[in-house]
Design a protein around this ligand. Structure first.
Ligand SMILES: CC(C)(COP(=O)(O)OP(=O)(O)OC[C@H]1O[C@@H](n2cnc3c(N)ncnc32)[C@H](O)[C@@H]1OP(=O)(O)O)[C@@H](O)C(=O)NCCC(=O)NCCS
Length: 171
């Protein structure tokens, strides 16, 4: 796979909910280090897509998807907090296993940070990561995030609790 062969763009109203469902289910099957650990239904995904398009329209979030043909292979988002935390932007990213290690994650993360800075005018750009997720932690450090908080035994995985790190993008 060449990065040049992927189409990277925002979500569209016309996008297929099934493509998003397949994407998230593949990550859940792999037991990727994501917060979501239960497969959604197609109905849920349809509602999520509607809600997400509305958020983008209202400048509450931005999102890039990478497509190889009709297959969604990666997604990154930047989302505002609520009310008096609206100027804190939380980032999330996922790349399907077969597409990792080729620079796609870094490319998408840098793209979303650049756009979030101009479109969402944030005070803080932050994210969270389970402490055992070394690839993600290295990526975040590489693009300039620094750990500012550690929540002990926060995420449950295989009946064990794992520490979660919160990281802030350096100015
Ligand atoms: C984390 C993730 C987004 C990285 O995406 P990717 O496309 O593989 O990353 P890239 O190829 O752009 O690599 C960029 C940097 O990330 C880090 N990295 C990526 N894979 C790594 C690995 N297996 N081990 C250590 N560091 C790694 C490195 O710092 C790398 O820079 P380098 O190539 O100069 O060493 C991807 O592994 C993923 O989606 N994982 C599953 C979902 C997930 O964990 N999301 C994050 C939740 S917090």
């Amino acid at each position: 796979m060449k990065l040049d062969n992927l189409e990277i763009r925002s979500i569209r109203k016309s996008d297929s909910p099934k493509a998003f469902l397949d994407f998230i289910c593949e990550l859940i099957d792999e037991k990727a280090y994501l917060q979501i650990d239960e497969k959604p239904t197609l109905k849920w995904e349809r509602e999520w897509l509607k809600k997400t398009n509305k958020e983008i329209k209202n400048r509450e979030s931005i999102r890039f998807c990478a497509w190889e043909g009709k297959k969604l292979v990666a997604m990154v988002q930047a989302k505002r907090g609520l009310w008096n935390e609206r100027d804190n932007i939380c980032i999330g990213i996922s790349v399907l296993k077969a597409y990792r290690g080729k620079g796609l994650g870094e490319k998408l993360l840098r793209m979303i940070i650049k756009l979030a800075k101009t479109k969402l005018k944030p005070k803080n750009i932050f994210l969270s990561v389970v402490i055992i997720n070394k690839p993600a932690f290295s990526l975040y450090k590489k693009v300039g995030f620094k750990t500012f908080a550690r929540f002990p035994k926060w995420a449950k995985r295989d009946n064990k609790y794992i520490d979660v790190l919160y990281m802030l993008l350096k100015k």
